[in-house]
Design a protein around this ligand. Structure first.
Ligand code: R5P
Length: 291
């Protein structure tokens, strides 16, 4: 049996503890001190015993600081273990997976290079934004799906004739999987995002959602723009309640407030990012993938 040691970065302490418990492995916490000039100092107070060391750190905001913390921990740990895995439940920069406008840098590729040079042997992540992002990492990697555990949560809610809705065509496959697991049907809306301003619009025509409870399924919510526009559109089509299921609830600034104001009854997300909506625990799916 493989022996693991779980080390947490400060962005993912609770989730790392849960993963360690599920793996029945030792858990090591790190300390982070931020200096007045913004630099941070990371300290590992315990040396891991001979094992596969799993460093758990999501790279949500402050993205660069959390990423650098992860790289720092890995570069220290690889002195004591020949196998260091990075569990990055929420993978920041995954949306920068291609050159949308000329001159843009595919930063997820840079992240991959940094992880590799720090000493990461394998990356495990949850519902990465795109297959392309995973490919651009150019490092041994595995993408774990949180759809099963999210669906289990929704099975417990009493919903009226639920319909799964993807706010964009890119999320069609995800919505289909969610709908199949929930044993219902799905639709995908046509969304347009202005690549310069980031503004979102729904281009779909009439959709048949009358009197149905809807579950908007997405990989992540950042500013809430996509969910707000989709909800406003769906409410105009006389649906019943709108729920949101997503893996990563970044909910930057007042996104949660805007989503509520648009008429969403509830946001349900996983604990890849700690927060009020993060009711669905992904520690089991991550531990199972590691075993
Ligand atoms: C886009 O393709 C993603 O799947 C999400 O829909 C998007 O990133 C969410 O961002 P925001 O909440 O800012 O609209």
């Amino acid at each position: 049996m493989v022996k693991f040691t779980v080390v947490s970065g400060n962005a993912s302490t609770d989730l790392a503890k849960r993963i360690a418990r599920r793996l029945k492995s030792p858990y090591i916490k790190t300390e982070k001190k931020v200096f007045p000039d913004g630099e941070s100092k990371i300290t590992i107070n315990q040396i891991p015993k001979k094992s596969v060391v799993v460093v758990v750190q999501s790279t949500y905001p402050p993205v660069d600081s959390n990423l650098l913390e992860l790289l720092s921990i890995v570069s220290k740990i690889q002195k004591f273990s020949s196998k260091v895995y990075a569990v990055i439940p929420y993978m920041g920069y995954a949306r920068q997976d291609r050159e949308f406008l000329g001159g843009e840098i595919v930063t997820i590729g840079v992240v991959g290079k940094l992880l590799k040079s720090a000493g990461v042997k394998k990356v495990l992540t949850v519902d990465i934004h795109s297959k392309l992002a995973l490919k651009e990492l150019k490092i041994s990697s595995e993408n774990i799906s949180a759809m099963n555990v999210l669906v289990k949560h929704f099975e417990k809610l009493k919903m009226k004739d639920p319909l799964v809705v993807s706010p964009d065509m890119g999320g069609q496959e995800r919505a289909e999987k969610f709908a199949n697991l929930l044993k219902t049907d799905f639709i995908a809306l046509k969304k347009h995002r202005d690549r310069k301003t980031g503004k979102v619009n729904i281009l779909s025509d009439k959709v048949d959602v009358k009197n149905r409870d809807l579950i908007l399924v997405d990989d992540m919510i950042s500013t809430g723009g996509s969910i707000v526009k989709a909800t406003q559109f769906l409410k105009k089509q006389k649906c019943k309640r709108v729920f949101v299921a997503c893996t990563h609830a970044l909910l930057v600034n007042d996104a949660a407030k805007k989503i509520k104001k648009a008429g969403v009854s509830q946001i349900v997300s996983t604990n890849t990012i700690p927060g009020e909506s993060g009711k669905v625990d992904v520690s089991r799916v991550i531990a199972d993938a590691l075993k």
